[in-house]
Design a binder for this molecule. Structure first.
Ligand code: ADE
Length: 256
């Protein structure tokens, strides 16, 4: 997959995009990541990329000419229908599902907004999708673009070691992943659950599903409204409340 990023701060990508999984994906030729400095597409001697907003108000707006030139330049040899994604707090909220969908594309273009935003004619002329990484405002679209790239690259076949590991991620089926353990078997008096060391794969799968449901019930109950649960799993949810209440009572009696 090829990804072109249009940004005023290409150096921000240097650390995150040259370490760990991202670097492996690039090194193995699975990801061709190209950074483009929007300022290189200005035509005035000051290399101006922003201007004051029409209608007044604070802050600066990214000018349309250099941004559209940069986008058209990278789209020159791209297949028709290549997504051009504006990273903006006004976009649709990013998710596991969107990461998977983007990973199916042979090419993507990301535009990182800065300042108070981008002149809307950029959106009208070249943008095909707008993505937000959450309901908060960052100083620019660079970190959000890196978040989206990191999340989607994990879905490119061959990037993750264990084939299909992304299918077991939290959010893959609307339920979070449960707790994980590694050696040692006992750490500061806390033991690894016995079932994980016993080698019964079906029992391990059942335990993982139950604890994934418990984590979802505890931290993201909103997800359970949409998750496809069996009757038995629905019943499990009720037992979590009881177990939780018992545990709280137990830890209370220990401290009093
Ligand atoms: N730019 C600033 N804040 C953002 C957000 N939450 N998501 C995407 N791009 C942004």
């Amino acid at each position: 997959m090829r990804i072109d990023v249009l940004t005023l701060f290409p150096a921000m990508f240097e650390g995150p995009m040259t370490e760990s999984m991202l670097w492996k994906a690039r090194d193995r030729g699975l990801l061709d990541l190209r950074l483009h400095q929007i300022r290189d597409f200005t035509t005035d001697s000051h290399r101006t990329v922003d201007d004051t907003p029409y209608g007044g108000g604070g802050g600066m707006i990214m000018k349309p000419e250099p941004v559209v030139s940069a986008a058209e330049s990278v789209l020159g040899d791209a297949p028709p229908g290549t997504p051009v994604i504006l990273m903006t707090p006004q976009g649709r909220v990013f998710s596991h599902q969107i990461a998977w969908e983007l990973a199916q594309q042979p090419r993507l273009v990301f535009l990182c907004g800065r300042y108070e935003g981008v002149d809307d004619r950029v959106r009208q002329l070249v943008i095909t999708d707008e993505i937000s990484i959450g309901d908060y405002v960052l100083t620019g679209g660079e970190l959000p673009a890196m978040v989206v790239i990191d999340a989607l690259v994990r879905h490119i076949p061959g990037v993750l070691g264990a084939e299909g590991a992304a299918a077991q991620d939290s959010h893959a089926d609307g339920v979070l992943e449960g707790p994980q353990y590694t050696r040692p078997p006992v750490f500061r008096g806390l033991s690894v659950p016995k079932v994980l060391a016993e080698g019964n794969h079906a029992a391990v799968a059942r335990w993982r599903r139950r604890e994934g449901l418990r984590a979802t019930w505890r931290n993201r109950p909103d997800l359970l409204l949409k998750a496809a649960l069996t009757e038995e799993e629905q019943y499990l949810l009720a037992t979590f409340a009881e177990e939780d209440a018992k545990q709280r009572a137990g830890s209370k009696s220990q401290t009093t």
